[in-house]
Design a binder for this molecule. Sequence first.
Ligand code: SF4
Length: 198
Amino acid sequence: MSNTANAKILQPIAGRKNLSRLHWAIRHCLKCPLHKSRIHAVPGQGPVNVDIMFIGEAPGKNEDLMGLPFVGRSGIFFNNLLLSTGIDRSQTYITSAVKCRPPANRNPSNDELRICKENWLDKQISLVDPKLIVLLGKIPLKQIFNRTDNLNNLHGRTLNQNGRTCFLTFHPAAAMRFPKIRKKMIQDFKRLTQDNFF
Ligand code: SF4
């Protein structure tokens, strides 16, 4: 086997190992105050070199209990959205802006967002190397682009960050609560598979 062929086989294996190490480090992270109230940190789920990486806001109660992203009611809603648009969840990488549940589900502070991004999210993006990043809700928008725009004006659009394309849409929990947002989010997800993003 040629060196190039060998490298092609070994690269994803090395990427998976590095991602597993990163997940381990996140589970043990004490870098911001959110570690004090968590049961489990929720690093993320999925393989490397995917077409789509989803970034949500923060773990909720069920995610905190299980240590996995999008496993509660909004997870079921999110799974159904993926199914309806033909996106295979197992072929995506899913994480959140902060990896530990904020007390009483409050919004993460600017410092918490910055610390978690600088220590973990930036590394995850680099290792997973997705073709498209989908930001779910206003928290990852604030964390990555330092923007606090109303998502009603921005959803369905893309922004670029360090050469990576980020698609903006709502958080599944908001779509579950508000039928108008749900309708817009379903349209956004249809665009994901129709607009040749990957
Ligand atoms: S939220 Fe992020 S930075 Fe803060 S303790 Fe959890 S993993 Fe560490």
